[in-house]
Design a protein around this ligand. Structure first.
Ligand code: NAD
Ligand code: IPM
Ligand code: MN
Length: 348
């Protein structure tokens, strides 16, 4: 039995997660796999009712699960950052999910906005550092709301934190069948302290992996190259902030936010799987959100739990729904959120 903690969250979160759970249940009924789902009511409503984000008690409950499956948090009624930092980042940090794995993979040729690029060109993985950098929360505000106001936001890079994610990325390349190259994406020409540390750690660890080609891109050039020559990338390792930004760009290369998936991985602990997209308040409650990113997150969860064959079944079903236009409006289809979930489930 695989024990899954489900956090539907806000906006379209509950709508897309319901379809992901539906797909996992369909998978379970047609295979040896077994899941139990327990729901955690965290997000805007719970916060507005109780003032609570994630309590220590809830965290110790979550620690007992095999994986966490999350929709999205964020709500226009709540000041930006409260739910995002208080729930999502707190979970990533508390469970020390130091790798944020974000594959950029074109599943159906017609969905990339890039001219003359296809599935063989758009297929790489971003390994985003997920516990420090500009996300650490260090810094503060002085003389708030005065003309003398000062705000600092510190980028914290620890040797240990940087080394572990870089090592994970090298290992990932070694284990991935079709990858030989690891690209580090940074801004070492300006952030000489912070990204100097990344550079030194990368160069040192690269020596332990002589079979992996160690490559470097400055982040500004990286965004250019992702559009011009996405085929140049196989696995990319980068800091928290840059990883956030380049994976939204990557999402568009592979067909949009409705298809972008994110695994918050602690290789020794509890990992958390979610779509890259947010709570999309602009389309919430209309049953039109694309559930495929959440279903891809379910697929990644199944794979990380160790069931490659079953994950491949979900993958094939998603590809079929794209090929046959059984999709939501953002992908050019005419189905609702629930109809896409029903269709994928029926294929399983
Ligand atoms: P967003 O990803 O929610 O939406 C960006 C755009 O993409 C919107 O136009 C939206 O309608 C569209 N979109 C997103 N997901 C879609 C889907 N599945 N199907 C169809 N269209 C989709 O980003 P945003 O608008 O910048 O943020 C909204 C809220 O979500 C904010 O509060 C933000 O902090 C939060 N957020 C949360 C997470 C998370 O919990 N993982 C991630 C990103 C943003
Ligand atoms: C993401 C989101 C989060 C991030 C926000 C909501 C904190 O944008 O998962 O990409 O910046 O990591
Ligand atoms: Mn983001």
């Amino acid at each position: 039995m695989n024990k899954i903690a489900v956090i539907p969250g806000d906006g379209i979160g509950p709508e897309v997660i319901e379809e992901g759970v539906k797909v996992l249940e369909a998978l379970a009924s047609s295979s040896e796999l077994d899941f139990s789902f327990e729901y955690f009511n965290l997000g805007a409503d719970h916060y507005l009712e109780t003032g609570e984000l994630v309590t220590e008690e809830v965290k110790s409950e979550l620690a007992e699960f095999d994986a966490i499956y999350l929709g999205a948090v964020g709500d226009p009624r709540v000041e930006p950052g409260i739910l995002e930092k208080g729930i999502l980042l707190d979970l990533r940090f508390s469970f020390d999910q130091y790798v944020n794995l974000r594959p950029i993979k074109l599943l159906a040729e017609e969905f990339t906005p890039l001219k003359d690029k296809g599935a063989k060109d758009i297929d790489f993985v971003v390994v985003r550092e997920n516990t420090e950098g500009l996300y650490s929360g260090a810094g503060g505000v002085l003389k708030k709301n005065t003309p003398d106001e000062v705000a600092t936001q510190e980028m914290i890079n620890t040797r240990k934190g940087v080394e572990r994610v870089i090592r994970y990325a090298f290992e990932y390349v070694e284990q991935k069948e079709d990858a030989q190259k690891l690209t580090i994406c940074d801004k070492r020409n300006v952030l000489t302290h912070a990204h100097g540390l990344w550079q030194r750690a990368f160069d040192q660890i690269a020596e332990e992996y002589p079979d992996v080609e160690a490559d470097h891109m400055l982040v500004d050039a990286m965004t250019m190259k992702m559009v011009r020559n996405p085929e140049d990338f196989e696995v990319v390792v980068t800091c928290n902030m840059f990883g956030d930004i380049i994976t939204d760009l990557g999402a568009e290369l592979q067909g949009g936010m409705g298809l972008a998936v994110s695994g918050n991985i602690n290789p020794e602990g509890v990992s958390m799987f979610e779509p890259v997209h947010g709570s999309a308040p602009d389309i919430a409650g209309q049953n039109i959100a694309n559930p495929l990113a959440a279903i891809l997150a379910a697929e990644m969860m199944v794979e990380v739990l160790g069931y490659d064959e079953e994950a491949a079944k979900i993958d094939a079903a998603i590809k079929k729904s794209l090929a046959e236009n059984q999709t939501t409006a953002d992908m050019g289809g005419e189905l609702s959120t629930t109809e896409v979930g029903d269709y994928i489930s029926s294929l399983l």
